[in-house]
Structures are given as structure tokens and as C-alpha cells.
Design a protein around this ligand. Structure first.
Ligand SMILES: CC(C)(COP(=O)(O)OP(=O)(O)OC[C@H]1O[C@@H](n2cnc3c(N)ncnc32)[C@H](O)[C@@H]1OP(=O)(O)O)[C@@H](O)C(=O)NCCC(=O)NCCS
Length: 404
């Protein structure tokens, strides 16, 4: 029987359409899982692969406002991608990506954005690895800041209602400075970031919300859980940090010295930290952080000129880039990038690359020069790489603290 991919027509269809990915999670999806997706994905953004009446694959995207170096851009945050194991490797993901990227293009969202379950999947569809991120796993006995906070901040554990009022004030300020972060609505905070259903705790305690106040103003916060566990009478437990953010240097010190000082655990663990997180330089014993990196977010330029314009190309001489894009051929060809403009060009190209390379450059996680050293972009005319990097500069590593 043929498999057909189509967008959902009503909100009732959304949760069944995204059910296939839950096959790979344990336990089975609940109403709390539905709440994490259905209110944020209008039906026309969700695609189901149907074989007769049976849904065998699905995916959907969040409409994000994504921070990029130089501003913000509308981005489709792809999630809940799944094909049942009975139907794998028959091209169903490919058909869903066709429908989904065509839809994103029609909507005028210039960028696709995702966290990949496996690093081998999304390059097939033009996504490039856009950041590296890291985990720390530090022994409590060795977790110290070289320079602790100069004075004691007010720290409070707060309930959901207070967290909803205070934490977005910190996050919204910081997310505008960090390429890779997305705007969060009050509903996103309530139903996703602060939601704490039992089955998402994976054996840990409830979500703790600590806020740092200075002069009564929220300046930083930590969301974490305690995984308690004893062996031979001593704790082998750890603090699992879900998100820790300071609005400035002092608040970053406040947040991390708080997390490092929590008693009666053996370790502190945190994930999805950017490669240039200040903690790596603030720790008294940086090696002991055991910072381990892996691929972070992935970016797909769905509309090359619109996406690059959102980066507000800066000063310097123009560069002409020959872009290959097998999956979205409307992007293929030569693009002249100059201060304040991105246009089609017939001039000789300075650089040649696949659209995945532009995804890797997009958030500032990798430079053209670095990608060239890995053979991912070719310099056709001397100076092209340097000029391209000057036009699309970035001063910090991308940071997306939340897997969506
Ligand atoms: C990953 C998954 C969605 C792939 O679906 P699928 O229908 O089997 O994929 P397709 O048959 O359309 O494959 C499309 C292409 O991607 C490749 N591909 C798909 N999944 C891959 C994987 N896990 N590793 C490497 N390549 C993969 C295929 O080889 C194929 O390449 P080709 O076009 O050059 O022949 C499916 O295996 C799945 O649901 N996995 C578990 C859940 C998951 O990881 N979801 C992704 C969440 S981000």
C-alpha cells in the first residue's frame, strides 16, 4: 500500500501525527507530552505519513524567532520526527522533509533549525552542523570558581508562579545576545521549560527553580534536579542542571557558585553548554569540569538571500559564493554577498560550497576559513574566505540551552 504524506487539517490530528517518534521513547506518550507540542504547532505545520488509515511517520515544526549574529530571523524548529521501525528506509523521512521544507519555504521562514537524534540524518536534506556544545560532569569536591562572587546575592527557591514571573525577564535579555537562542512565550515557559511531569524526571527529584536577585531584581537562575543515590552510606548522587543563566558576569558567578555548593551530592552535571561558556575560564580547576563536546544545533538555509540578509552582512569587500543545493534547488547558483545586500550574480565565484556549509556558518559556530580547512568550502579566488568571514562576523559561539 502506498504511503502518503500530508499536513494535518485539524488540532485533533496533531498528536496522532507525531506519535511515531514516541515509539522510540519510554514510556508511552501521555497527555503531558501532547501539551509540549500540540499548543505550539498549528496543524498545517505538522505532517503525517499515512498508509491507509495507519500513521507510520510524522514530524512538525515550531515557529521560532531565532537570534543570529546581527539580529533575529524567523525559523522553523523541526521536532518530533519519527518513522515506525516497520517502515524505515523506504524514503518516508525523505518524503516528509520534501513536504515540510516546501511548506517552510512557502511560509517565508528563511531558516530550518533542529537538534538531531543522530548526526548522520539531516545532512541529506541540506542541514549543516551549526554549533558544537559540551557537557560538564564535575566532582563536587573539585567544583570551585577561581573568583567567587564579590558579595552574597539573594538566592531563593521559587514556585512555578514566581518562576513564570521572574525567569523570563532574565532569559529574554540574554537570548537576544546569544545566536542560537529562541524567544519563549509565557505558554512555552509554562508547558515546556517549567513543566515537570513525573515521567520526565527519569528517577530524579522534582524540578528546582533557584533565582538570583540583586537589589530585588532577577539577574540569574538555575533549573535543576537532584538525582540522589547512596552507596556505603555516602552520597553518589548528582545535581542535574537543566538550564543555568546569568544576565551578567556577577550573576553567572552567583548561579554557578550556588550550583557547585549544593551539599550532599557527589557530582554536578550540565549539558548543552556553548563552547565559549565563561565557566570554562571561571572554574578554579577547569580540567576537572570534564568538558566533553559533541555536535549541537543544525541549521538549514531554506531561503539563502533572506537568511543571509538577516545576518546583516557587514563591511568589507563583496564576495560571490557558488551554492549547491540538491534538495532545495531554488537556492542553487551564485550569490553576491555585500554590505547590506545579497543578490543573484553572474560574476565569477570567489567560493564554492554546499548549502550545508552556509548552515554551519550561519550562527557563527564555524568560520568559512575553518570549514575550508576541513574541505567543506573551496576558495576559487584568493582572499574569498577572509572576505566572506569579514562580511558575516560572529563574536561568540552559538548557544541553544534547550533541546526542543
Ligand atoms: C531517522 C528516521 C526518521 C529515518 O526515517 P526513514 O524513513 O527510515 O528515512 P528515509 O528512508 O527517508 O532515508 C532518507 C535518507 O536518510 C538516510 N538516513 C535516514 N536515517 C538515517 C540514520 N539514522 N543514519 C544514517 N542515515 C540515515 C537514508 O539512508 C536515506 O539516504 P539516501 O536518501 O541517500 O538513500 C527513522 O529511522 C526514525 O524514526 N528513527 C528513530 C527516531 C529518530 O531518530 N528521529 C529523528 C529525531 S531528530
Amino acid at each position: 500500500m502506498p504511503v502518503e504524506v500530508a499536513a494535518c487539517a485539524s488540532p485533533d490530528e496533531v498528536f496522532p501525527a507525531i506519535a511515531p517518534v514516541f515509539h522510540y521513547f519510554s514510556p508511552a506518550p501521555t497527555a503531558a507530552d501532547a501539551e509540549r507540542f500540540v499548543p505550539f504547532m498549528e496543524p498545517s505545520r505538522v505532517f503525517a505519513a499515512r498508509e491507509g488509515n495507519a500513521i507510520v511517520g510524522g514530524c512538525g515544526s515550531f515557529p521560532f524567532e531565532l537570534t543570529v549574529p546581527g539580529g533575529v530571523v524567523r525559523a522553523a524548529g523541526l521536532s518530533v520526527v519519527g518513522v515506525l521501525p516497520t517502515h524505515r528506509r523506504r524514503g518516508i523521512l525523505r518524503a516528509m522533509m520534501r513536504a515540510q521544507l516546501d511548506d517552510v519555504h512557502r511560509r517565508g521562514e528563511p531558516v530550518g533549525y533542529l537538534w538531531a537524534s543522530e548526526d548522520t540524518i539531516y545532512g541529506h536534506f541540506g542541514y549543516g552542523q551549526a554549533s558544537l556544545c559540551g557537557n560538564i560532569d564535575v566532582a563536587k569536591a573539585l567544583a570551585r570558581l577561581a573568583q567567587p562572587p564579590a558579595s552574597r546575592a539573594e538566592l531563593r527557591l521559587i514556585d512555578d508562579a514566581e518562576a513564570l514571573a521572574l525567569l523570563p525577564r532574565v532569559y529574554d535579555r540574554v537570548r537576544r545576545e546569544y545566536p542560537g537562542m529562541v524567544a519563549r512565550s509565557a505558554e512555552w515557559w509554562r508547558l515546556r521549560r517549567l513543566a515537570d511531569p513525573e515521567h520526565r524526571r527519569m528517577g530524579a527529584g522534582p524540578l528546582q527553580r533557584a533565582v538570583v536577585l540583586r537589589d530585588g531584581e532577577p539577574r540569574g537562575y538555575a533549573l535543576y534536579r537532584i538525582h540522589q543515590h547512596f552507596e556505603g552510606g555516602s552520597t553518589q548522587g548528582h545535581v542535574a542542571v537543566l538550564e543555568a543563566i546569568g544576565a551578567d558576569l556577577e550573576a553567572t558567578r552567583d548561579v554557578w557558585s550556588y550550583l557547585f555548593d549544593i551539599d550532599w551530592v557527589a557530582r554536578i552535571k550540565a549539558a548543552q553548554l556553548p563552547l565559549d561558556h565563561p565557566l570554562l575560564l571561571m572554574a578554579a580547576q577547569p580540567r576537572e569540569l570534564k568538558f566533553v563536546t559533541h555536535d549541537g544545533v543544525w541549521v538549514r538555509l531554506v531561503d539563502v538571500p533572506a537568511a543571509l540578509m538577516a545576518r546583516r552582512p557587514g563591511g568589507g569587500d563583496p564576495v560571490v559564493i557558488e551554492v549547491a543545493d540538491a534538495f532545495c534547488p531554488w537556492n542553487a547558483g551564485r550569490w553576491r554577498v555585500a554590505a547590506g545586500s545579497v543578490d543573484r550574480s553572474t560574476a565569477a565565484a570567489d567560493l564554492a560550497c554546499d548549502v550545508t556549509t552556509l548552515g554551519s556558518v550561519y550562527l557563527g559556530g564555524f568560520s568559512f576559513q575553518r570549514l575550508a580547512r576541513a574541505g567543506l568550502v573551496r576558495e576559487l579566488r584568493a582572499g574569498g574566505l577572509v572576505r566572506a568571514d569579514a562580511l558575516l562576523p560572529a563574536d561568540r559561539a552559538p548557544w541553544c540551552p534547550e533541546i526542543f
